[in-house]
Design a protein around this ligand. Sequence first.
Ligand SMILES: [Zn+2]
Length: 113
Amino acid sequence: MNLDALKYILNNRIELIEEIVAGTQYDSSATIGVANFLLANEGNLELLSQAQKYHYKEFIKPFIESATCDGVFGNGTCTGNGYIDDESLIACYIEDEFLCQHCRYDAERITVD
Ligand SMILES: [Zn+2]
């Protein structure tokens, strides 16, 4: 779990959580409550109830664990392992560009050429 990314999302990209919850029977304010609780408790999932764990698994985890790389040329073109590494994750949310370290490197070279 990438708590730095979670913090960034809560402070700056809260709409991402609102959007993923919208259209489900769940309330995004509950999800955001779970996210804030996790942040305050260093991501300790043991402290969550079953219902809260569901919110985590469905609406929070996809953003901060095993986020997938879009690849420089679209889906399936990632030159890494297909996942965004922890170091790159916050930058992805800041730049709204979901690329792993390898693809970021490739993208920079392509831009320079
Ligand atoms: Zn990649």
